[in-house]
Ligand binder design. Structure first.
Ligand code: RRO
Length: 311
């Protein structure tokens, strides 16, 4: 399966933020069957991240406010040198502005099969979703970044907006090679004994199976408006969850929280997906966007009804 110019080993990709901070953890997931891996988001200068607690288990997944901790691109190169290239490597990057991103991309370009521009972290002011909500900013920064790298650029979108298709279209107009939808959904948890918010940062991002319908409607809506590939992410725990995303219009999917409970999730979903496709006698390509068929049929029926009424 390919996403634009990148040939994935299969359409199941490790999402950013999960086991993506070291070369050895990326190697481990690559060996365990991921079609490609995405690193933790990397910035221009070292960041410690938010004060703890930074990760809370909920009944259906996680609430996190890690706060973009990373060693900066300079020190992350050591980890990238340890990556064994068993599958394509997507480097997730974040920056507050063009000049930060220029430095990061220029230095990491030789290691990346593609970049994923994180415009959707829900819990850090001045970064991520704070800036990625504005379609004009998204279009301009995408265009600027395309000028400084020859590698494919995926833009990771937030669903914490009224209409995700506006930022998807902005990314496409800026020249993005693909969009990734969605990042975590802004949320809050409170400790009922003390009355304090559970996370050190107060609010954070919700992941896990509860957000799958939000991811699905995002992918479904984007598929109607965009020509570039869409990578679906949010709440995938088994092969049926992945199939839903393909049917909504995703060309590939990313898996994050699902890895915590099942480190073999990539190999398992891959073989179950193959069984499903064999049983149905179809190719993965034929699943992509299938859920849009009803609307197309309804639209065609309506047109023929209108024709009948005219004649
Ligand atoms: O580091 C984080 O707290 C974080 C990031 Br960069 C992101 O993109 N999404 C998220 O839920 N947390």
């Amino acid at each position: 399966m390919n996403v634009g110019k990148i040939d994935l080993k299969n359409p199941l990709i490790l999402a950013s933020g999960i086991l993506g901070s070291t070369g050895s953890s990326l190697n481990r997931i690559a060996k365990l069957g991921a079609g490609a891996v995405v690193t933790k988001s990397i910035g221009a200068t070292p960041r410690e991240g938010h004060p703890g607690p930074v990760l809370i288990k909920t009944d259906t997944g996680f609430l996190n406010a890690i706060g973009l901790p990373n060693p900066s691109y300079k020190y992350f190169i050591e980890e990238l040198n340890d990556f064994n290239r068993y599958c394509p490597l997507i480097i997730s990057v974040f920056g507050a502005n063009r000049s930060e991103l220029v430095k990061i991309l220029k230095n990491l370009e030789e290691y990346a099969d593609a970049f994923e521009l994180n415009l959707s972290c829900p819990n850090v002011k001045g970064y991520g979703m704070d800036i990625g909500k504005d379609p004009i900013f998204v279009e301009n920064i995408t265009r600027e970044i395309k000028k400084i790298t020859n590698k494919p650029l995926w833009v990771k979108l937030t669903s914490n907006v009224e209409d995700i298709t506006k930022i998807g279209v902005a990314a496409e107009n800026g020249g993005a090679d693909a969009v990734v939808a969605i990042n975590t959904v802004k949320g809050l948890g409170i400790d009922t004994e003390s009355g304090y918010p559970l996370l050190g940062n107060v609010y954070g991002g919700l992941s896990g199976r509860m957000i799958r319908p939000i991811g699905l409607i995002s992918v479904y809506s984007l598929y109607k408006k965009l020509k570039i590939p869409i990578i679906g992410v949010g709440g995938i725990e088994n092969y049926k969850d992945a199939i839903e995303y393909f049917m909504a219009g995703a060309r590939a999917v990313e898996i994050g929280s699902g890895v915590y409970n099942n480190i073999n999730i990539f190999n398992e979903i891959k073989s179950e997906l193959d069984l499903y496709l064999n049983k149905k006698g179809i190719k993965l390509e034929e699943l992509i966007g299938l859920a849009h068929r009803r609307e197309t049929e309804e639209c065609n029926n309506q047109k023929s009804e209108e024709r009948e009424q005219r004649y």
